[in-house]
Design a protein around this ligand. Structure first.
Ligand code: ACM
Ligand code: ZN
Length: 663
């Protein structure tokens, strides 16, 4: 797709504005010497960007000059990157950087004291030279990423490009991120992904200034990290025995993980390890059954789901195990954070366990509510003890929002809460002084169907918006993260498809101040960016495939139990169409008996399956075959409602949208 000469040429430049002032300039077409046109389609959009006339041309005489160690390491990274496509090794040289030095790329910390954690940078491209300045390696690295995105897109190829004029449009950028935690999570337990897949993903994340890569290393379906003191974790816990007797799975050695950590560090990405406990721990229990309440042999789970065969919170051996594992984890991952999961711990075995029931002071198998609550409190106690262990290793604990479920905040003082069940547990935690990461399932989970609707939902997450600000201390939101759970994602191509381009929306939410964010404008950069992803070999979801057919709202709920929407023009050719119902809010969701598509009073496609249009897994996607289509005729979508007894005669409060995609 060529959008270079597209209509929305946003010539909103106000050249008179001083650098650093609020300038709403994001995308400006200018001409280069080769008669081509480039836009500043950098993702995430820099916070201050000023268009300038002219271009800088990289020639065989261009040298990358640096001062200081940080600048040197970034200069070498850039030189290696450019060598692949430019085909010649740009010389890298240590020279006192002088802004007036002509014809070169200058990378400098300007002799200032290095602020390791600072992420801000300046990038000035003039016809004379290119100037990248920051007070940290991080800042310089981000300046390089913006610079690469200003170059002709061919720079992202893995082959030498002979016919490209390496021209860079002049610009002044002064940039810093909105949020310090811009994260991606990959579940490597439900499916195992090779070290190479992880390294490649780090490269892609780094290009968009994502700075946290959270590895969900353990779960009921597999333990993926070598722990030398407990070899069975990977001899047994890393493998699924399939019905046909075959073994499937894998794990990373400590050497692999150290390599991953080092590779990520060079790209300013921090690897955050997650060891999920006390729930989601069947793989550990399969290897060491004595960790569970019953101690019986169990097998690593081969299917999706949550096992009740988890760690016994009342067994001292479990704490010894956790501490030993943490000791080795700390030796692999220099991150100041350790994620301990803490989510969805099933309590049914705890209710039967002599140790747990005795500790909680309840009778076995009690159905008494107060007794159940006492058993549930064992989770808080467990998390509190683990928090102490994590602290003894000089690390900060992160947990999913269940770790504050019972509000025993004093147990977990200083812990970071990753809010996933919605944003609200995060709000509560933030009010109580915790730092939080927003990963609300309905918005940020990448295991939802990909597509424009979900890209937009992430993009329009306003942090914070006028509604949320009543709930929490804004400064406690440290960032946002998209998790990709992989129960139904089993290879790199599928990882790509679910991840990209949604992570670009996340990158911009994390980096760009909300006053500069506009989804429509972002989409035009996203289209340009598809060329980058093509050259990088990414199997991304294209943004232009889906069509919004209609939206249902509470006030649509009719007397006759059928919702009817005019969708004329949406189905423009015969064939297979994906019809996706996306629940967007309200308490009740929407249950249906199916739907039909009617063209001039004739049903041209239908689906009779009952569907529950609710949260997460219950946003169904259907494929229908449409044969006779006339886009000029009236088309109607009829959704047949199905109501619970208790909702008979009530008005519904759910809302959502219906999307059609030609397959
Ligand atoms: C989660 O999705 N269980 C964190
Ligand atoms: Zn127990």
């Amino acid at each position: 797709m060529i959008f270079r000469f597209s209509v929305v040429c946003m010539l909103l430049v106000s050249f008179g504005l001083a650098f650093g002032q609020v300038e709403r300039v994001t995308s400006v077409d200018i001409s280069d010497t080769g008669g081509k046109s480039f836009k500043y389609d950098i993702i995430p959009r820099p916070n201050h960007i000023k268009a300038m006339d002219g271009n800088f041309l990289i020639s065989s005489n261009t040298i990358i000059l640096y001062d200081g160690e940080e600048a040197k390491s970034v200069a070498l990274y850039l030189s290696d990157y450019l060598t692949v496509t430019i085909g010649k090794n740009l010389k890298v040289s240590s020279l006192p950087v002088n802004k007036n030095r002509e014809g070169h790329i200058l990378i400098t910390t300007e002799g200032k004291t290095i602020k390791t954690d600072a992420e801000d940078y300046e990038l000035v491209v003039s016809p004379k030279n290119i100037f990248l300045k920051a007070q940290s390696r991080k800042g310089l690295f981000y300046a390089v990423q913006s610079f690469l995105q200003l170059m002709p897109v061919e720079v992202f190829s893995d082959k030498e490009q002979e016919n490209v004029i390496w021209s860079i449009p002049c610009v002044e950028i002064k940039d810093a991120p909105a949020l310090s935690w811009r994260g991606y999570m990959l579940d490597v337990s439900r499916h195992f992904f090779s070290k190479e897949t992880i390294l490649r993903q780090i490269d892609l994340l780094a290009l968009y200034k994502i700075n946290r890569f959270h590895l969900h290393l353990t779960d009921d379906q597999g333990w993926r990290v070598e722990i030398k003191k407990y070899p069975k974790l990977t001899e047994i816990g890393a493998w699924n025995i399939l019905d046909n007797g075959k073994k499937q799975g894998g794990f990373y050695t400590q050497k692999d993980l150290k390599e991953i950590v080092e590779y990520a560090k060079e790209r300013e990405v921090m690897i955050i390890p997650e060891i999920d406990m006390p729930g989601h721990s069947l793989a550990a229990v399969a290897a060491y059954p004595e960790l569970s309440c019953h101690g019986n042999p169990v097998a690593v789970m081969t299917k999706a789901g949550i096992s009740a065969d988890n760690m016994c919170p009342s067994n001292e051996k479990v704490y010894e195990f956790v501490n030993d594992v943490l000791k080795e984890i700390v030796g692999i991952f220099p991150s100041p954070y350790i994620h301990i999961g803490g989510d969805e711990a099933q309590k049914s075995n705890w209710m039967k366990c002599p140790r747990c029931t005795s500790k909680a002071g309840v009778t076995k198998n009690s159905s008494d509510k107060a007794d159940r609550e006492k058993i549930y409190a064992l989770q808080d106690e467990f998390i509190g003890r683990v928090k102490t262990l994590v602290k003894q290793h000089d690390k900060i604990m992160i947990g999913w929002d269940e770790i504050i479920e019972n509000e025993h905040i004093e147990n977990i003082e200083g812990a970071i809460i990753q809010s996933w069940r919605s944003a609200y547990p995060g709000f509560r935690a933030a009010e109580k002084g915790h730092k939080i990461i927003l990963s609300s399932g309905t918005t940020f989970y990448l295991d939802y169907p990909n597509g424009q609707r979900n890209i937009e939902r992430i993009y329009n997450t306003v942090v914070p918006d006028k509604y949320w600000k009543h709930f929490f201390n804004r400064e406690n939101i440290i960032g946002v993260e998209c998790p990709l759970w992989t129960e139904s994602v089993s290879n790199q191509r599928e990882v790509d498809y679910m991840t990209w381009p949604r992570m670009l929306a996340l990158a911009e939410v994390g980096w760009t101040d909300m006053s500069y964010r506009s989804y429509g404008e972002f989409k035009s950069r996203l289209r340009e960016n598809e060329k980058r992803l093509d050259l990088l070999g990414v199997n991304y979801q294209k943004i232009d495939g889906e069509k919004l057919a209609c939206q249902w709202k509470p006030e649509d709920t009719p007397e006759n139990e059928v919702l009817e929407y005019d969708i004329t023009g949406i189905i423009d050719k015969p064939g297979k169409w994906e019809v996706a119902f996306v629940y967007e809010g309200g308490k009740q969701g929407l249950n249906t008996e199916g739907f039909e598509i009617v063209q001039n009073n004739k049903v041209i496609a239908f689906c009779n399956s009952q569907q529950s249009l609710g949260w997460r897994d219950t946003s169904p996607v259907n494929i229908v075959n449409v044969e006779s289509v006339d886009p000029n005729m009236k088309q109607t979508l009829r959704i047949k409602l199905l109501r619970d007894e208790k909702l008979q005669g009530e008005s519904l409060d759910g809302l959502g949208s219906v999307w059609f995609t030609y397959k």
